[in-house]
Design a protein around this ligand. Structure first.
Ligand code: GLN
Length: 194
């Protein structure tokens, strides 16, 4: 059966994620309302501005709806701002969040002078070829709970993590043409959904 992947489509880089999954042969759906979560196998929270996206999902009833859907088995992948929204703790912030991952994350942690950079990341779970990471005002994990599996690090800090059915990364995987992380997530939704 064809999988359906939803992408939260309020703000940020959601178009590219939709295109990547579409090109991989999946059914895709932009998500802006709680009803649009029905029947999804996976949901992507794109990069953007986590405070803006958090306020919008709260206002549109999606904060509670995504939590409920996740409790019922929906896999979620958060990239950059999406990783911030997935984190239980956000350093110095009480902004709205889903908090599905047992992590503490620091926003804009790589400093203003290097707002953006690219780096080759070793990701053993994706094979021997390194992955080009595009970090745009990226956050950094400062703590991860015992159930969190670290799939890749950069300068010692986790940049791709997994906890149960959820995946989070602190960079933008949709900008390089390398679709291995998107495919990895689709594979996760296959093995975790019933
Ligand atoms: N700096 C943004 C935030 O704190 C995240 C940046 C991004 O998603 N590229 O929400």
């Amino acid at each position: 059966m064809q999988q359906t992947i939803g992408v939260l489509a309020f703000q940020g880089d959601f178009h590219r994620h939709l295109t990547v999954f579409e090109e991989l042969g999946l059914a895709v759906r932009p998500v802006r309302r709680p009803e649009e979560l029905a029947g999804l196998d996976g949901l992507v929270l794109p990069g953007g501005e986590s405070t803006t996206i958090g306020k919008l999902i709260e206002r549109f009833g999606l904060l509670a709806a995504i939590r409920d859907a996740a409790a019922a088995g929906l896999s979620v992948m958060g990239t950059c701002a999406g990783a911030i929204l997935l984190s239980r703790g956000i350093v110095g912030s009480d902004q709205p969040r889903l908090g599905l991952l047992d992590t503490e994350i620091e926003r804009n942690a790589y400093g203003r002078q290097v707002d953006s950079f690219e780096a080759d990341i070793e990701v053993p779970a994706l094979g021997p070829e390194s992955l080009r990471g595009v970090f745009i005002r990226a956050p950094r994990y400062v703590a991860c709970g015992p159930a969190v599996e670290v799939l890749a690090r950069f300068e010692g800090a986790p940049v791709i993590i997994r906890e149960g059915p959820h995946l989070a990364l602190t960079f933008h995987p949709e900008l390089t043409g390398d679709t291995r992380l998107h495919r990895y997530f689709v594979e996760m939704t296959r093995t975790t959904s019933c």
